[in-house]
Design a protein around this ligand. Structure first.
Ligand SMILES: Cc1cc2nc3c(=O)[nH]c(=O)nc-3n(C[C@H](O)[C@H](O)[C@H](O)COP(=O)(O)OP(=O)(O)OC[C@H]3O[C@@H](n4cnc5c(N)ncnc54)[C@H](O)[C@@H]3O)c2cc1C
Length: 385
């Protein structure tokens, strides 16, 4: 089925609220660091630059957190996009244990700073069949052997492995709040300012240039369009979500990851359910026409799949109102690991989190400033295959 227009409902994320706006760049501006892309990852890089006493300019083609960073499922998960069992096969046990530890610490850090926007409610990887259940059992054993808190979950939705250190959050408000913090510390932030050309030391935008010794490209969806040299490994994909009106008859305590992470949902404190996934039901997932913008159009085939999942698996009553339907772009990497490297002198790239960038993006944002200053970055080595 091809994309179709969806009637009624709000085609914007549940998370979007009124927020501060920032000017677009006009003229020439100089800084130590220029960050391109102001989602969670770019904002984290800006903060690290300020922490290192560097002056920082940030530009976004659209608006702060208007891309995947403000359109996602709101899950804060430890580890990489692969489950613990599969990640071990790829990276080895020691690395996977260390990545898990570092990413768990990052979740705690995000929670500690904004406890009103982050809920430490844990996640359940819910088994959709016997094969997945077996992998859940293996995952549980490995996590416990490595000293992480995990337990077997058995609840109304089914069985799986519960990781209590995972969390859920309000992504858009959290990123907007972080942007305001940066502005107060002297960072210069610009919206509606796309990077058109990148050279070492200069970023060209429609009405001005940024001159900076270090340039950080912190773009997830659309990364290969800005940097075509990455197109061999990186591809942009559309992911979709919807949100319901409050469902007080359900009380879901944890974030749920289902069908090996293809589907995911959780219930908000106001009892709304947010649910996303069904990428494998999206015949147009990689052919969205509007890939030049942070937004993407939701499609009827995936939204219908999500509605059937809501009713058949989550247990939401059939007459529940769907209030929001939306989509966003993310980048996937052929090796299932994020991009984190200097692509030309002074130009550092982070992105392609394989749909799992809320925590990894923040970590890499910070680490990329260390990398640019020649400081050791623990995570770089860990993410190498
Ligand atoms: C529907 C959906 C559900 C998801 N669910 C989860 C989840 O539950 N947990 C999780 O961890 N991850 C999830 N993800 C993935 C996660 O949202 C992303 O990996 C993460 O937000 C990436 O953040 P970022 O800051 O790196 O990039 P982005 O949020 O993509 O930000 C990049 C910014 O760069 C800007 N930009 C692009 N091109 C240019 C240019 N040329 N010049 C200037 N600016 C430019 C964009 O406007 C955008 O604001 C989901 C993603 C989607 C779409």
């Amino acid at each position: 089925m091809s994309d179709q227009k969806l009637p009624q409902k709000q085609l914007s994320p549940l998370w979007f609220t009124s927020s501060d706006s920032y000017p677009s760049l006009k003229g020439e501006i100089h800084a130590d660091v220029c960050v391109i892309g102001l989602g969670g990852s770019g904002l984290s890089a800006m903060e690290a630059a300020l922490d290192a006493d560097l002056s920082a300019v940030g530009i976004d083609a659209d608006r702060i957190s208007g891309g995947a960073a403000g359109r996602n499922g709101g899950l804060l998960l430890a580890g990489t996009a692969k489950f613990y069992t599969q990640a071990i096969t790829q990276l080895g046990r020691d690395k996977v244990r260390d990545i898990h530890r570092i990413t768990m610490k990052e979740i705690q850090r995000v929670h500690h700073r904004d406890p009103d926007l982050v809920r430490m409610n844990g996640s359940v990887r819910l088994a959709s069949d016997d094969t997945e259940k077996e992998d859940c059992r293996k995952q549980l054993d490995l996590l416990r052997e490595d000293g992480f808190s995990a337990q077997w979950y058995s609840g109304v939705e089914g069985e799986g492995v519960l990781c209590s250190a995972d969390a859920t959050f309000q992504p858009y408000v959290l990123n907007q709040r972080n942007a305001l913090r940066l502005k107060k510390r002297g960072a210069r932030l610009f919206e509606k300012t796309p990077a058109l050309e990148l050279d070492s030391g200069r970023v060209k935008t429609p009405s001005g240039n940024v001159f900076a010794k270090t340039v950080v490209v912190a773009v997830d969806g659309g990364l290969e369009q800005l940097l075509p040299k990455l197109a061999q490994q990186v591809r942009t994909v559309r992911l979709q979500m919807l949100a319901t009106a409050p469902v007080p008859s359900l009380q879901l305590n944890h974030a749920i990851y289902y069908r090996n992470g293809l589907d995911y949902w959780h219930q908000r404190p106001d009892n709304r359910i947010v649910i996303g996934g069904g990428r494998d039901h999206d015949s147009q997932a990689e052919k969205d026409k509007r890939i030049d913008t942070a937004a993407a159009d939701p499609s009827e085939e995936v939204q219908n799949y999500l509605i059937s999942l809501l009713q058949d698996v989550v247990g939401v009553p059939a007459d529940t109102l769907i209030t929001h339907q939306w989509a966003g772009h993310v980048a996937y990497h052929s090796a299932d690991l994020p991009v984190f490297k200097e692509v030309q002198q002074g130009v550092f790239v982070i992105g392609a989190y394989n749909g799992h960038g809320n925590i990894l993006g923040r970590l890499l944002g910070r680490e990329t400033i260390n990398l640019s200053r020649g400081k050791p970055t623990e995570i770089t080595d860990l993410l190498k295959t």
